[in-house]
Design a protein around this ligand. Structure first.
Ligand code: ADP
Ligand code: ADP
Ligand code: ZN
Length: 214
């Protein structure tokens, strides 16, 4: 099963993608996580990506597409995968479709997690990320057992630089301009599935599993 997660920054794509990956035993591929790992390790890709990410802008397509196309051809992806944060532009979607078509494959579902902008600001302001393992929490909606400490690995939690209110507004603008057109793109392909992302996490997950079946 090949799944794409669509939605605004902070809509809950990552939260749901992790749960889906676990349930269906497929890899969760987050381009944001890949970039953040590269930044942490000081790679050339990380250095380039950071200049865009810090400004709330998208990393250029040419730095993203090959990376994802390579990743989905790895052995662990043979039974499918869930893409979180990719594609984010029409050229990225076209590049993925071309690469898959060359393998005789295609995306099965584009799950669109719908959350209005006014809820997003709340979601992002309260989001906390683990510096150790990258796990995501929320001060109110997904708190850790011990404040400021990751439940999974014990490392410290931070507010991501790009989750500060000024950058969030910028990212929302970028989303509406560059990513939202993908809703129409996948709708025309007949694989778009809308989900109400304002429900609590468990209810959103249930709605998604009903779409995916089993
Ligand atoms: P969120 O989960 O809040 O939407 P991500 O972790 O997916 O954020 O992405 C963080 C940042 O990484 C984005 O704002 C963008 O700069 C960059 N990024 C991630 N995925 C892509 C992509 N597919 N294309 C371009 N930039 C990307
Ligand atoms: P995305 O990957 O789309 O950027 P995340 O999964 O990181 O979004 O979620 C953004 C923030 O909102 C996180 O702090 C997360 O814990 C929280 N969150 C996710 N889903 C929900 C939900 N259904 N209700 C309330 N908060 C949520
Ligand atoms: Zn952790």
């Amino acid at each position: 099963m090949k799944i794409i997660m669509l939605g605004a920054p902070g809509a809950g794509k990552g939260t749901q993608a992790k749960k889906i990956a676990e349930k269906y035993q497929i890899p969760h591929i987050s381009t944001g996580d890949i970039f953040r790992a590269n930044i942490k390790n000081g790679t050339e890709l990380g250095k380039k990506a950071k200049t865009y990410m810090d400004q709330g802008l998208l990393v250029p397509d040419e730095l993203v597409c090959d990376l994802v196309v390579d990743r989905v051809q790895q052995e662990d992806c043979r039974n499918g995968y869930i893409l979180d944060g990719f594609p984010r532009t029409i050229p990225q979607a076209e590049s993925l479709d071309r690469a898959l078509a060359a393998l005789g494959e295609s995306v099965d579902y584009a799950v669109n997690v719908e959350v209005p902008d006014e809820n997003i600001v709340n979601r992002m302001g309260g989001r906390r990320a683990c510096v150790g393992c990258g796990a995501t929490y929320h001060l109110v909606y997904a708190p850790t057992k011990k404040e400021g400490i990751c439940d999974t690995c014990g490392a410290e939690l931070i507010l991501r630089d790009d989750d500060r209110p000024e950058t969030v507004q910028k990212r929302l603008g970028v989303y509406h301009e560059q990513t939202q057109p993908l809703i129409d793109y996948y709708s025309k392909k007949g694989i778009l599935k809308d989900v109400d992302g304002t429900m609590d996490m468990g209810a959103v997950f249930q709605a998604i599993t009903e779409i995916l079946g089993a």
